[in-house]
Design a binder for this molecule. Structure first.
Ligand SMILES: O=c1ccn([C@@H]2O[C@H](COP(=O)(O)OP(=O)(O)O[C@H]3O[C@H](CO)[C@@H](O)[C@H](O)[C@H]3O)[C@@H](O)[C@H]2O)c(=O)[nH]1
Ligand SMILES: [Mn+2]
Length: 738
């Protein structure tokens, strides 16, 4: 089918191309050999079950764990089976569509707390979104403020004024990135024209003024005196308004229809809207999902663009041409109409060289997510994702007809006040009562990873989705800079993901017959993070305990059965290291990633698992702990030096400390025993010694934080004592369970 906007002389060349990842045949052969090894390990366990004299329970638990590891490994294979990479052809799109014919786009930015998410940072995201190389009358930026904060509103007003200078500056000199904070942080090229340098200094000064105004209001905790008279919007707040208790507020701050709201060069501005949906103490607000659903409705009144770009408040746009690139997928004449959303990987601007918290998700971004895309689906990750509005309103692909209006809807005749009022009614607590919002329509409620669940539901309605990982990062956010924050985030994720598995949305059941088995398995790669903490814990607790007591749990080195164990271990780790290095990172970073995976598995995922279980039993409710995006200076310094910032939740650290010490005790105890007891040989215990040795090596920073460090990021002495007591007790009491 030909688009109206297509010029007659164009041949209908595709707007994007798809390439398969290389070496898949080789990978399949390799995976088959690993599968063989896994089966042999299972066989070994079953065949030898009857011959165990000592440590029966340990042996059985290790057997069950290995069964779990093996199954999980099988499930994670689908994402490496068929990898697809897509490349859009931006220039073809621009030749085919002129500004008039491009569809409108609504950009949603969500923020929730002015303390954890400083308004200045949020404004940088908003400004970068306003500054896309895209016709301004087709661009609408909505800020949802779940903090319901006057300060954020004030900041948005200031940002909208600054945008009148920032947008022309970006356009004139085509600068990037378009987050002013990031732009000014980069050293400038001194060989530029004097005109540029003059403009640069001028705009920098304006930015710094805006920043200091916002920050000083934030520090004081109140707005400057007369500012309330500057905009009627402030009257929406009254002294009783709090974060959890206030009416709904919608304020169109820049009305793109208004001929007078132009920038300093006389060009139109994108529409900018502030929204704080109503919050009342007794009404569940469903966290980010609730905010996005309110935005979907509010924006449908004001601009109703056929495409919606979702951004977290810290995710600034790093590439001004991203919208055109994404539209290549949607506007492709043959394949575009089936696409519900295009997801970018989550990338962060503050990753250190050796990435001590494993924040870069390189392998996911390069292989796994592209691997799910090999079966026609992408994981919706909440941010950096452009949706077709229709796909969010509960439509099934089969019922969908492309018919977006070429003219932006905002040419309608309602006044700003009428629009504000009409929109407010859509953002109240009660609006959703008795509707399908959160169930069939919009983002799904009740799961802390609303995004993943929603993406799954959309895929099951027949829509295709695309994962796109461009060379130049499209969006950059802020990754956790302390272990505590990283663990809380992973706990929320693992818990939410496992809840999806347990809910009616379990991919194997909900998706059965609707999405490819490869996609179902691909989802489970992530959904099963939480339960995978159990076999890991079993390994890193029972192995050292039995080693301490000189009880072998693995075949002797002289036995042939060692081969499948050694092969499965060495080959998977070797492969995984190669995969990691092809993503352009270092061996040190891979080692760090192994550590953080270990830490998450023994702490964050364990708690994620426990929480999911208590929720299944109805003992607790869904929560969403917001990731802290502010860091103090000494924390930042240690972060940049690659030192791990321990501290925070003591229970998680106690478990970590205990496991680390347990392996040390096991290793030392086991070796002493071999040296003392004649009937024990190295060969019998070598596998356990190897595992515990590796656990000890990976935990070197933990011992350092327990016993050597004295800065604020070390592990407190009370946790140290608790860990020593628990680990020693476990060693001695272990004699009874073994
Ligand atoms: O009640 C809430 C809670 C959060 N947010 C916003 O949601 C975004 C993500 O929150 P953050 O604390 O940064 O969590 P992350 O773990 O970094 O977020 C990832 O994981 C979430 C699901 O767990 C997704 O919603 C996000 O899009 C995804 O980036 C932020 O912009 C928040 O302001 C709200 O608007 N309302
Ligand atoms: Mn975040």
């Amino acid at each position: 089918m030909r688009e109206e906007g297509m010029r007659e002389d164009e041949s209908p060349v595709s707007l994007f191309e798809t390439k398969e990842g290389r070496f898949r045949g080789l990978y399949k052969v390799f995976a088959t050999t690993i599968f063989g090894a896994v089966c042999l390990i299972w066989v070994y366990r079953v065949v030898n079950m009857g011959r165990i004299e000592r440590g029966r329970w340990c042996w059985m638990s290790v057997m069950v764990s290995e069964f779990g590891f093996g199954l999980y490994w099988i499930i994670t294979q689908s994402v490496r089976w068929r990898i697809l990479y897509h490349t859009p052809f931006k220039h073809t799109l621009l030749n085919r569509y002129d500004d008039e014919n491009l569809p409108a786009v609504d950009i949603f930015v969500c923020t929730a707390d002015p303390k954890l998410e400083p308004p200045c940072m949020v404004m940088n995201t908003v400004l970068s979104a306003m500054a896309y190389n895209y016709p301004a009358n087709k661009l609408n930026v909505y800020l949802s403020d779940d903090g319901g904060s006057e300060l954020t509103f004030y900041a948005l007003l200031k940002a909208s004024i600054f945008s009148k200078h920032w947008l022309p500056f970006c356009r004139r000199f085509n600068v990037e990135p378009r987050s002013p904070e990031v732009f000014f942080a980069h050293p400038q090229n001194s060989s530029t024209s004097t005109e540029y340098q003059k403009a640069y200094l001028h705009i920098k000064k304006l930015y710094e003024e805006m920043k200091s105004e916002i920050e000083s209001a934030a520090v004081k905790g109140e707005l400057p005196e007369n500012v309330r008279n500057e905009h009627r919007g402030f009257s929406e707040w009254n002294p009783k308004s709090t974060k959890q208790d206030h009416q709904s507020i919608v304020q169109i701050i820049v009305d793109g229809r208004d001929r007078n709201s132009v920038d300093e060069d006389g060009f139109e501005l994108p529409t900018v809207v502030y929204m704080a949906r109503e919050k009342r103490p007794n009404h569940p607000h469903h966290f980010k999902a609730g905010a996005v659903n309110a935005l979907i409705r509010v924006s449908s009144q004001i601009s109703n663009a056929p495409f919606i770009l979702n951004l977290d408040c810290d995710m600034y746009s790093n590439n001004a041409d991203t919208i055109q690139e994404i539209l290549c997928f949607f506007l492709d004449e043959t394949k575009g109409q089936d696409i519900a959303y295009v997801q970018f990987p989550q990338s962060f601007s503050n990753i250190t060289k050796n990435d001590q918290y494993g924040n870069s998700y390189l392998v996911s971004a390069k292989y796994e997510l592209a691997g799910i895309c090999g079966y026609g689906a992408a994981l919706f990750c909440g941010t950096g994702c452009l949706h077709r509005r229709e796909s969010l309103s509960g439509s099934h692909l089969k019922d969908y007809k492309v018919n977006w209006e070429k003219k932006p809807k905002r040419n309608n005749n309602r006044t700003i006040d009428e629009l504000n009022e009409a929109s407010k009614a859509l953002a109240t607590c009660t609006y959703e009562e008795g509707t399908l919002w959160g169930k069939e329509m919009g983002l799904v409620y009740g799961i802390p990873v609303e995004d993943v669940a929603t993406g799954l539901v959309i895929s099951c309605r027949g829509w295709k989705s695309i994962y796109y990982n461009p060379e130049k990062k499209a969006f950059l956010g802020i990754a956790p800079t302390t272990l505590d924050v990283a663990c809380l985030q992973h706990m929320r994720w693992s818990e939410g993901l496992f809840q999806v598995f347990f809910s009616k949305y379990c991919p194997f059941i909900y998706g059965h017959g609707k999405i490819h088995l490869g996609v179902q398995m691909g989802y489970c790669n992530y959904l099963l993070w939480a339960p995978m903490s159990l076999p890991t814990l079993c390994y890193v607790i029972l192995l050292p305990i039995s080693l301490f007591h000189g009880i072998p749990l693995f075949p002797k080195l002289s036995s042939m059965w060692v081969i499948p164990f050694a092969y499965a271990f060495l080959a998977t780790y070797g492969y995984s290291l190669c995969e990691y290095l092809t993503c352009g990172s270092t061996t040190k970073a891979r080692w760090n990633l192994q550590r953080i995976k270990f830490i998450h598995r023994v702490s964050s995922y364990l708690f994620g698992f426990i929480d999911t279980m208590t929720k299944q039993l109805g003992l607790s409710q869904t929560n969403f702990v917001i990731t802290d995006k502010v860091v103090t200076e000494d924390v930042q310094t240690r972060y940049e030096q690659g030192i791990i910032e321990f501290g925070g939740s003591s229970i998680m650290l106690t478990i970590l400390g205990t496991v680390a010490l347990l392996n040390l005790f096991g290793l030392v105890g086991g070796i002493v025993r071999i040296l003392m007891e004649l009937e024990l040989s190295w060969s019998q215990l070598m596998m356990q010694i190897t595992v515990s040795f590796l656990v000890v090596m990976i935990n070197l920073p933990v011992y350092e934080a327990l016993f050597i460090r004295s800065d604020k990021g070390c592990i407190s002495s009370s946790i140290m004592l608790k860990s020593i007591v628990v680990a020693s007790l476990a060693c001695y009491l272990g004699a009874f369970i073994c």
